[in-house]
Design a protein around this ligand. Structure first.
Ligand code: BGC
Length: 417
C-alpha cells in the first residue's frame, strides 16, 4: 500500500517541469560510504559542485569499505518510509531497489543529457530498469589492479609481475629479504576482490564468465577452480600477521609507507595515493592484476534516486544532472581514482593508470571481455554474492584444502541461487 502511494507520488513528480531555480536552497540528503582520505576528497568535489548550484548537502556517511554497512543502514531508512534523496549503490543493489519500486524515474534528465549515447552499455545495464533510468553513474572503477611501491621494486631489481607465477617469484624474493610482499585487509569483500583477480587471471575471461557471472556448477567444481584456491593459499603466505579485519585504506598506507611492497585492490586505492600527494605510476606503480590483461572487470558507483516528495524532487533531479556533467565527471574521477562513466570526455588530465584504464575498457569492450565485479556488486545478487564471500573468507582464514573449498563453493552457491 505504502509503496503504491510512493509510486504515485513519484509518477506525479516525474511529470513536473524541473528547473534549476526550483532547486535553489533545497537540500539533498546523500548516503555513501566514502570515508577514507581519497574518498573524502572525492565526496568533497560532489558536495562543492552541488553547493555552487545552490543545493545544500546533508551528509549521511556510513563507514565500511565495499558498502555493506551502508546498504544495511539504507534499507532501514527505506523500510521506515524515509529514504535519503540519493544513495551510493553498486549495480546489483540498484536493480534490487528498482524491482522493489523504490526508485524515481530520471528519463527527462537523461534524455536532455544524452545519457544513452555516452554511458558505456555495460554501465547502462545497471543504471536503467525496464528501459528507464533510475540511477546516475558517477564513475567506472576497475577493482583488479596491482599497486606497487616503486622504491622497493627498484631497490630489489623487480619488475611488475604479469602472471601469477611471476607474482609468486616476486613475492618469494621480497619475503626472503624480510619485506612483507602483500599488504592485505582480511575482510570478506577484500578477500573476494583478490579472489576474483585470481579467477580471471588463472582461468581467463570465459572461465570468469562461467564461474562468476553464470555461477555454473561445472566451472565451480573444475580443476581450474582448485588452482585458484591453491593460489589463494600461496597469497596467504605473503601477508603479514596482523591482516585480519584491516581496512583496505590502511593496507594501501602500508604500500605508501614502504611497509609492504604490493596491494591487490581497486583503483579507489589510487585515490589514497593522490590524497597522500604521491604520484600514481611513479611513486606507486600500477599494473593490472596478473593474468587479467585483455579483460576489464568493473564496478560503478551509482547514485540511486529514491522516491521522494514532490517538494524534494527538483534538487534530486538537479543532482542527477550535475553528476553527469562532463567536467564534473573529470574533476570527481581525478580525485576518486576511477574513470568517467561517459565515453566522450578527454582523458588528458588523468595519470597513466587512468589513461590505461580507459584504453583497456575500450579494447575489452570491443573484444566482449568486460565483466561485472562479484566483490563489488555487479555480478550476482546479494544472497549469492554472500555465498561466494563466505567460502572465500573461510578458506583464506583456515587451513582448509582447495578441494574442500571447491566442494563448499558448489554447495553454497547452489543453495543460494
Ligand atoms: C566502491 C568504491 C569504494 C570502495 C571502497 C567500492 O565498492 O565502488 O567507490 O571506494 O568500495 O570502499
Amino acid at each position: 500500500m505504502r509503496s503504491n502511494v510512493l509510486r504515485a507520488v513519484a509518477a506525479a513528480a516525474s511529470l513536473m517541469v524541473f528547473s534549476a531555480a526550483q532547486a535553489q536552497n533545497q537540500s539533498v540528503e546523500v548516503m555513501h560510504w566514502w570515508t577514507s582520505g581519497g574518498e573524502g576528497a572525492a565526496v568533497g568535489v560532489l558536495k562543492q559542485d552541488l553547493e555552487k548550484r545552490g543545493v545544500k548537502w546533508v551528509d549521511m556517511a556510513v563507514a565500511g569499505g565495499g558498502g555493506e554497512a551502508a546498504s544495511t543502514a539504507l534499507r532501514a531508512r527505506v523500510v521506515a518510509g524515509d529514504p535519503p534523496t540519493a544513495a551510493q549503490q553498486l549495480g546489483m543493489n540498484v536493480r534490487d531497489w528498482a524491482v522493489e519500486g523504490s526508485l524515481g524515474n530520471l528519463d527527462d534528465v537523461a534524455v536532455k543529457g544524452g545519457w544513452d549515447k555516452v554511458v558505456p552499455p555495460a554501465v547502462q545495464a545497471f543504471g536503467k530498469y525496464k528501459g528507464h533510468w533510475v540511477a546516475a553513474p558517477v564513475n567506472i572503477h576497475r577493482p583488479s589492479w596491482l599497486w606497487m611501491n616503486a622504491k622497493i621494486f627498484k631497490d630489489n631489481g623487480l619488475t611488475p609481475p604479469k602472471t601469477w607465477d611471476e607474482f609468486n617469484a616476486t613475492a618469494d624474493k621480497l619475503k626472503a629479504k624480510g619485506i612483507t610482499p602483500l599488504a592485505f585487509g582480511g575482510q570478506a569483500w577484500q578477500e573476494t576482490t583478490v579472489w576474483e583477480d585470481v579467477v580471471l587471471g588463472i582461468g581467463g575471461p570465459d572461465f570468469y564468465k562461467k564461474a562468476i557471472i553464470d555461477a555454473d556448477p561445472a566451472a565451480l567444481k573444475s580443476p581450474t577452480m582448485i588452482k585458484v584456491f591453491d593460489q589463494m593459499r600461496k597469497l596467504r603466505s605473503y601477508v603479514d600477521r596482523n591482516f585480519a579485519g584491516r581496512d583496505w585504506n590502511l593496507a594501501t598506507a602500508m604500500v605508501l609507507k614502504g611497509e609492504a611492497a604490493m596491494q591487490l585492490m581497486g583503483d579507489w586505492a589510487k585515490g589514497e595515493v593522490i590524497a597522500a600527494k604521491q604520484v600514481p605510476g611513479k611513486d606507486i606503480l600500477c599494473s593490472v592484476a596478473p593474468g587479467t590483461q585483455g579483460s576489464f572487470l568493473f564496478n560503478t558507483d551509482f547514485f540511486a534516486m529514491f522516491n521522494v516528495s514532490a517538494a524534494k524532487r527538483p534538487a534530486q533531479l538537479l543532482m542527477a544532472q550535475a553528476i553527469m556533467d562532463p567536467s564534473f565527471q573529470v574533476t570527481f574521477n581525478l580525485a576518486k581514482g576511477s574513470i568517467p562513466a561517459r565515453n566522450d570526455v578527454s582523458m588528458d588530465k588523468f595519470d597513466d593508470c587512468g589513461k590505461q584504464s580507459m584504453a583497456d575498457l575500450k579494447a575489452a569492450s570491443a573484444a566482449n571481455h568486460v565483466y561485472g565485479s562479484l566483490a563489488h556488486g555487479h555480478a550476482q545478487p546479494a544472497g549469492v554474492q554472500r555465498a561466494y564471500f563466505d567460502v572465500v573468507t573461510k578458506h583464506f582464514n583456515s587451513d582448509q584444502s582447495s578441494q574442500a573449498a571447491v566442494d563448499e563453493l558448489v554447495r553454497s552457491v547452489a543453495a543460494a541461487k
